[in-house]
Design a protein around this ligand. Structure first.
Ligand SMILES: [Zn+2]
Length: 453
């Protein structure tokens, strides 16, 4: 019997790993930013979909049914994204659950939390159950979909959604993302009710009266173009409300897509006071500025808007020191014809799943983001906060991991993107780094067509 249990299903040999190994984790000093990480070659051993060991290459002489030579490809645990929009039901021409999960699988993501602004809105159990069923049918091996329930009926901000029903149907969190709740009394009740259900409210922080969804930062670029724009205080005012409320209620809160320095300062203040608040930012707020919109390009129109250079620097520092806990894409697909209109008529949103890993890995490679912070932000922090499965390469963890070719160059275009929608300001640009292989529970999810496709 013990002989049988040792039988390995999968062994990946000679992958490049930048994190500590369990054996030397006590000796390894945390790397400061400013220099690219140094890695070592490792083997990953898997049995029955679970991690058996992560060891220095060649140190354990066990053979597996499937042997994979990694030839120095970078090993990463699969990423988790707590903020995507998959548009199904209702707007499948932009993205459906199958195509969204395809972009996720190719982008290196294992877990996806999907926002409620579908048509109809995910404010009742039948919508939640439908989404889960579509995910199971199209990608039975994963990536895994975790729906987020609406906070208010129809996202209208008038009446609470049936949150207990939504939780029972499988909703992992609650949010009015896209249509922030202006009524603080109603928002307070929603937060308290979610807490009773052991679920966290994710808030899209935006004062709904200060140029809502302008998609353009109020600053030098907006004044030059003469476009309606939103000041950063529209976000920060709502962050202030939320952290004060979370402290007052002793309730947990998660703040979505933080985009500016003022919000970072408020979150830092709240954490220093012991408030149970977590926050995410997105790859585009770390890598792009308001200048992207300088040519009236609606592909750079996103809510909250791309901000100033100082905001990018503040967000990078906050992600490195843990003030910002995690990364999320806010993957918001739109069809080409919807973005090929005047800037102020275009919808907000960037399609992010295809490019997130390459653009954030570039920050690690250039030494601007420590590897430990990258790993925390894409894996352990979101999983811990929302109770999702995580692979920390401990024995027994689900064998969800990526082999990443950090040297492969590729051009972002309609051919290379797996999302149905190609709305990204990176369109036509060349990125470095692509997912070469992706295993979920020890099984390859790339190169195998999803069932039913
Ligand atoms: Zn969103």
């Amino acid at each position: 019997m013990p002989e049988k249990q040792k039988k390995l299903d999968l062994a990946v040999r000679g992958a490049l790993w930048f994190g500590p190994l369990k054996a030397d984790s006590k000796g390894g000093k945390a790397k400061k930013g400013g220099q690219p990480p140094k890695g070592q070659l490792v083997d990953v051993l898997v049995a029955r979909g679970k991690i058996v060991a992560l060891t220095p290459a060649g140190s354990l002489d066990l053979r597996a049914t499937h042997e994979v030579e990694a030839h120095g490809l970078v090993l990463l645990p699969s990423l988790t994204d707590v903020h995507v929009h998959f548009r199904e039901p209702g707007q499948e021409y932009k993205e459906d659950i199958a195509s969204g999960l395809s972009a996720a699988a190719h982008g290196g993501f294992a877990n996806l939390m999907c926002m409620a602004n579908t048509k109809p809105v995910n404010d009742n159990a039948s919508v939640t159950e439908f989404m889960l069923e579509q995910a199971r049918k199209s990608w039975p091996q994963g990536p895994r979909l975790f729906p987020i329930g609406a906070l208010t009926k129809g996202l209208k901000g008038e009446e609470l959604a049936p949150m207990a029903e939504l939780k029972a149907a499988g909703c992992q969190a609650f949010s009015n993302d896209g249509r922030p709740v202006a009524n603080t009394e109603l928002f307070r009740r929603a937060v308290e009710y979610a807490q009773d259900l052991s679920r966290i409210v994710i808030d899209h922080c935006e004062d709904p009266f200060l140029a809502p969804a302008a998609g353009m930062n109020e600053g030098v670029v907006s004044s030059r173009l003469g476009l309606p724009a939103q000041p950063d205080v529209a976000e920060a005012i709502q962050v202030a409300r939320d952290v004060l409320l979370a402290e007052y209620l002793h309730a947990p809160m998660h703040l979505a897509h933080i985009s500016c320095e003022k919000s970072v300062a408020l979150i830092r203040f709240a954490k220093a006071r012991g408030v149970d608040v977590t926050a995410e930012t997105c790859p585009h707020y770390l890598t792009l500025t308001e200048d992207e919109a300088g040519g009236f390009s609606a592909l750079a129109k996103v809510s909250p808007p791309l901000r100033a250079r100082e905001d990018v620097e503040a967000l990078l520092a906050a992600l490195a020191d843990g003030t910002i806990d995690m990364l999320a894409t806010d993957h918001a697909p739109h069809a080409a014809h919807e973005k090929e209109v005047e800037f102020d008529e275009a919808p907000c949103g960037i399609s992010g799943l295809d490019t997130a890993l390459a653009t954030t890995w570039e920050l690690v490679r250039s030494g601007r983001l420590p590897f430990g912070a990258f790993l925390r932000a894409w894996t352990t922090a979101p999983c811990k906060r929302f109770g999702l499965p995580v692979n920390a390469f401990n024995p027994g963890d689900s064998a969800d991991f990526v082999l990443f070719d950090q040297d492969e160059s590729w051009t972002v275009d309609a051919e290379t993107m797996h999302s149905k929608s190609k709305n990204t300001p990176l369109l036509g640009r060349t990125l470095r780094g692509r997912v070469a292989a992706h295993f979920l529970a020890g099984k390859s999810v790339l190169g195998t067509a999803p069932a039913g496709a």
